[in-house]
Write a protein that binds this ligand. Structure first.
Ligand SMILES: [Zn+2]
Length: 458
């Protein structure tokens, strides 16, 4: 089944065809590791994780790179504020990022390049740009000369003249043109820095992605992805640098951008106090509920995050896991790969239509509930696997506690006592135990197969 993707550069949905079907290359702009990331920063990694899973079904090798920006003024500021070395900040938040992404069910990228491990490549690329007349050194800085690249602005649809008119009034004196951007800047002794032909300094953010992408994936890559907030200037600058450094070769053949998150209809901001960190959300909610919420909207559209939406995602997953729990007696052949149902594949192949894929998954759950069979169970699990959902054991899902801590052994002991009380027709005692469990946030259901319990997650 062919895959079609919306290309931000052509502003059209195009059938996807990699340059080399034996080595598909994907680059996603990764985090700057100076604090925990907010939930908006997890949307791209979740969405493009699904894309990479889909691509891996089609092509023998997909090389997926997601970088770590470990040199940045925000990192320097955080280290200074906390009175710790810069490396302590970057190590801590790189590790937290990896853990949080893994908890969200995101497969690790094939390559996780660090900016500070590519200073040699960055300096070489800047030298090439200077030699080609696309960059100039001034006052310890090196700047990209936007005027040397007439196609500048093509991705974001901005006109260079408009950009100049809109540039800030206070323009750094070393810039020839207000839109020129920094490739290299000088470092004072207390800041991280590397020796370079332009003195001790550090790279600008944009050149890092251009250099790391070329170093690991080649001069022309198939897909470059990121949040729509990076389209300008970050991605525009990456295109300018890479194209000019590589003799006019196309940098990225497809540009994919995910929309932003709003929070109860508002933008997230520190001043509104609605910044939600993935790290904290994961202590309060089941990870799959957060992942499902991030996949509920089409990736190119904005997505609203709210407590109601989290509760809806939990309730949707409750329904699907209930079906799997009913089907727990049906064993699947462990040696056989799970199928990807055609309806789900068709939705995802159509510009990664995850809302449609989730609607199809619900239909598969209905079918499995109505006709409990190995084939229907495998289809439901196969659809879930590609979306990174339904990966928990159904019993474990219903006993997940989120932030409330429920002692499973205590629950089992109370249930045993309740069974004994009921057998002895001591209904007052049985009801009292039920009330005690309810107070603990435990819901019990008496059925033909005995008593089941689950934890209220919201
Ligand atoms: Zn980038």
């Amino acid at each position: 089944m062919p895959i079609s993707l919306y290309n931000s550069l052509s502003r059209r949905i195009e059938p996807f065809a990699p340059l080399d079907p034996n080595r598909v290359t994907v680059y996603l702009c990764g985090p700057t590791v100076y604090s925990y990331v907010h939930i908006g920063n997890a949307r791209g990694p979740v969405v493009f994780d699904v894309l990479v899973r889909l691509l891996r079904r089609h092509y023998p090798q997909v090389v997926y790179a997601r970088n770590i920006t470990d040199v940045d003024d925000k990192i320097n500021a955080a280290a200074l504020e906390q009175g710790v070395p810069i490396g302590a900040i970057t190590d801590r938040f790189t590790e937290a990022y990896r853990q949080d992404m893994a908890t969200l069910g995101i497969a690790p990228p094939d390559i996780e390049p660090f900016a500070t491990a590519h200073i040699g490549q960055i300096i070489a690329m800047i030298e090439t740009l200077i030699a080609g007349g696309h960059a100039y050194a001034a006052d310890g800085h090196v700047l990209f000369d936007v005027g040397s690249y007439p196609a500048y602005g093509a991705l974001s649809g901005r006109d260079t003249d408009e950009l100049i008119a809109g540039a800030r009034v206070e323009v750094a004196p070393y810039k020839k043109n207000p839109t020129d951007f920094v490739l290299w800047k000088p470092s004072t002794p207390e800041l991280p820095g590397w020796d370079s032909p332009w003195g001790r300094g550090r790279p600008g953010w944009h050149i890092e992605c251009s250099a790391m992408s070329a170093a690991h994936l080649g001069e022309t890559i198939d897909i470059h992805a990121g949040g729509v907030d990076l389209q300008f200037p970050h991605h525009e600058n990456e295109i300018a640098q890479s194209t000019c450094a590589h003799g006019g070769k196309v940098f990225a053949r497809w540009w994919l951008h995910n929309g932003m998150l709003t929070f109860d209809g508002r933008k997230m901001s520190k001043s509104l106090g609605n910044v939600l960190h993935v790290h904290q959300l994961l202590t309060r909610h089941p990870p799959e509920a957060l992942r499902l919420l991030l996949l509920r909207g089409h990736y190119r559209q904005p997505l609203d995050w709210s407590d109601t939406a989290i509760a809806q995602s939990i309730s949707t997953l409750d329904g699907w896991y209930r079906v799997l729990r009913e089907l727990s007696h049906i064993e699947l052949d462990a040696g056989r790969a799970l199928p990807l149902p055609e309806s789900v594949e068709a939705a995802l192949s159509d510009d990664l239509n995850t809302p449609e894929a989730l609607a199809e998954l619900s239909l598969l759950a209905d079918a499995a509930r109505q006709t409990p069979s190995a084939a229907n169970k495998a289809a439901l699990l196969g659809a879930g696997a590609l979306l990174g959902l339904l990966q928990d054991d159904p019993e474990a899902w219903f006993k997940q506690t989120g932030s409330t801590s429920v002692d499973a052994e205590r629950v089992e002991a109370l249930l045993e006592e309740r069974r004994a009380a009921r057998a002895a027709r001591d209904f007052a005692r049985a009801d009292a135990i039920r009330n005690e469990l309810t107070a603990m946030g435990v819901v019990i259901e008496d059925g033909a197969q005995g008593t089941r319990w689950s934890v209220v997650k919201h």
